[in-house]
Design a protein around this ligand. Structure first.
Ligand code: AMP
Length: 219
């Protein structure tokens, strides 16, 4: 059985960080719609130009665009052992499309993690997040600072604040999350939803996730 793991939670819950660690542990691809869209924006492709308009306002990119991207990506060979999705699905339409894609893949199952983090923590985390402009590594000014201010530990690149991590945009992303994505918890509740307490050090949250995965493996 190949597992497609999805990570739900408010913006800045640590989904990307945790999803990446789990993908390294399980040796399956890490697929982030946010990263794919940001790449398209950087390259200035037609898709990037369209998506960028929504992203800079903190709005969701239209379903048909992201569903198309994910559908294509999941068809690639490296997803044969399963994969980790970060930032997808975010709407009911995307969740239904994913069910269909996974069903068509055959012998596959969706496992959903919900990383639970309260609102005030969400605002603090996002506005203090910095990312490496070169390699994409993620830092936090308080919880996970770089050794040298403004410089990436891994590659020496410059650390920047994502445009959508500015406070007014974060508040809008949180509002959109509550309206469109939070209801997905109901959608997945009877389909193997695993809730993990998202407050704490990165390693603490990670070990909560890994122990749940081990429990699922035994079941
Ligand atoms: P993220 O890095 O996951 O927080 O995504 C950054 C931005 O990309 C979001 O605020 C959306 O504008 C867009 N985006 C990423 N994934 C999706 C998705 N599944 N559906 C719609 N928009 C998305």
């Amino acid at each position: 059985m190949r597992n497609v793991f999805i990570f739900l939670g408010p913006p800045g819950a640590g989904k990307g960080t945790q999803a990446l660690k789990v993908s390294q542990e399980l040796e399956i691809p890490f697929i982030s719609t946010g990263d794919m869209l940001r790449n398209a924006v950087k390259k200035g492709t037609t898709l990037g130009k369209e998506a960028g308009e929504y992203m800079k306002k903190g709005e969701l990119v239209p379903d048909e665009i992201v569903i198309g991207i994910i559908k294509e990506r999941l068809r690639e060979d490296d997803c044969r052992k399963g994969c980790i999705l970060d930032g997808f699905p975010r709407t009911r339409t995307q969740a239904e499309a994913l069910n269909k894609i996974v069903e068509d893949m055959g012998n596959s199952k969706i496992i959903t993690f919900f990383i639970d983090v309260p609102d005030d923590e969400v605002i603090a985390r996002n506005t203090k997040r910095r990312v490496c402009a070169n390699c994409g590594a993620v830092y936090h000014l308080e919880n996970n600072p770089p050794s040298k201010r403004g410089i990436c530990d891994s590659c020496g690149g410059e650390l920047v604040q994502r445009n959508d991590d500015k406070e007014e945009v974060v508040r809008e992303r949180l509002r959109v999350y509550k309206e469109k994505t939070y209801p997905l918890l109901e959608f997945y509740r009877d389909k193997g939803l695993v809730t993990v307490e998202g407050v704490g050090e990165i390693e603490e949250v990670y070990s909560r996730i890994i122990s749940k995965i081990k429990e699922l493996d035994k079941a």
